[in-house]
Design a protein around this ligand. Structure first.
Ligand code: ZN
Length: 389
């Protein structure tokens, strides 16, 4: 008679474990997996997730090793989902890497491809996109295999034989195009894989030309293989086509070039498409920044206007007071009320700030010299006042 591997008690003739023990380990595994999945999406740290998992295991008297694999599936899926959802910051990258390593996903490193556990590379790629979109230079320590031009910074390089370079002979039938949603993020557009993951239809009209490697720099795309290497300056690209496992590059002349990437069954089209798009749109990405700067400037102008109005009201009141003293006239209550209203409306800072914020959100189209809502609001008592005097 053998002992049950789960609880250590006698398992009975012809069985190595109690069916009840196996069932309990499975349910606990599912519970811990869901706990990790939702916790990761909710932004929890490894420490918190680990404590929760350990509590669940202790309550059910199940050892970690029996839930490890199931738990990791949840951990990988959540991290992968975050990586593909939008470009991730350095901080988010660190949190997720700590979770993957904390739950020891590297114990299965030899099986990432067969299990389709791609969270690690996807997080890395997602962060490269974040860096580029934020005008940082991503960390690059590969040996550059092309001669770069001056002022060109290497961003990402594939392996020497990772890329199939094809030419598109017919323009119709892009059945492998993304079905995913596009989400605007920061200064760029980010296409995530969406529902298209796992689609394996073939694009028609692709003629394979060469196998080689790609280097993407701040200014160009280099391809080198068996045949003549070439460089495509990004500013000469008219359009990119997103594919699940590749990217199409359309220049003003010649057949569209399609680069398909072989990353051991991991789809990387989302990464290369977004990366090239972000790098190509770089000069234009100053646009939104300029808009933000303009908005900030506008809010300063608005605030200045409000101050000016207040200052004018104050000056007018001072004059009124001076006149009253010098000419021995009386200040009527209407004037006084108007002044009080001006001061009060200005001093109601939360409301005031809210007004300014709403103005920032709806730029007026001109930078200065247009009466803002703030000015009108504050100005009204002043208007009544000056004509009433
Ligand atoms: Zn048992």
């Amino acid at each position: 008679m053998s002992l049950c591997e789960y609880c250590g008690e006698k398992a009975g003739w012809l069985q190595s474990s109690h069916p009840a023990c196996v069932a309990k380990a499975n349910t606990t595994g599912q519970a811990v997996k869901e706990l990790a999945f939702s916790g990761i999406l909710a932004g929890k740290s490894y420490e918190d997730l680990s404590t929760e998992a350990q509590q669940a295991l202790a309550e059910n008297k199940v050892l970690f090793k029996y839930v490890h694999e199931t738990l990791l599936q949840g951990v990988n899926d959540a991290a992968s989902q975050i990586a593909l959802q939008s470009p991730i910051s350095e901080e988010e990258l660190n949190r997720l890497v700590a979770i993957l390593q904390g739950f020891d996903i590297t114990a299965y490193s030899g099986e990432y491809s067969t299990r389709r556990w791609f969270a690690f590379p996807q997080l890395g790629m997602s962060n490269i996109l974040w860096q580029v979109l934020h005008h940082n230079t991503p960390f690059f320590d590969d040996e550059v295999r092309f001669n770069l031009q001056s002022g060109e910074t290497p961003i990402f390089q594939t392996g020497e034989t990772n890329v199939m370079y094809s030419e598109q002979r017919t323009v119709s039938g892009h059945t492998r195009s993304f079905g995913g949603l596009s989400i605007p993020v920061g200064c760029g557009i980010y296409y995530h894989i969406g529902g298209s993951q796992g689609h394996q239809e073939r694009t028609s009209g692709l003629q394979e030309v060469d196998i080689g490697g790609i280097l993407i720099t701040s200014l160009s795309l280099y391809f080198g293989g068996q045949k003549t290497p070439f460089r495509i300056p990004l500013d000469r690209v008219l359009r990119y086509q997103p594919f699940v496992d590749g990217v199409g590059v359309c220049e003003s002349h010649g057949a569209p070039k399609v680069f398909t990437f072989d990353y051991r069954s991991m789809d990387t089209g989302w990464f290369f498409y977004n990366l090239l798009l972000a790098l190509t749109n770089k000069p234009q990405t100053n646009g939104p920044e300029q808009t933000i700067t303009r908005k900030a400037k506008q809010s300063v102008v608005n605030l200045q206007n409000a101050f000016d109005t207040f200052q004018a009201a104050n000056d007018a009141f001072t004059n009124l007071l001076k006149n009253a003293v010098v000419k021995n006239t009386t200040i009527n209550t209407e004037d006084l009320a108007a002044y009080t209203a001006t001061v009060e409306s200005f001093l109601q800072s939360p409301k005031h700030l809210k007004n300014i914020l709403s103005l920032c959100q709806k730029p007026q189209g001109r930078d200065t010299a247009r009466p803002s809502r703030v000015q009108k609001q504050v100005g009204q008592p002043l208007y009544l006042w000056t004509t009433g005097g």
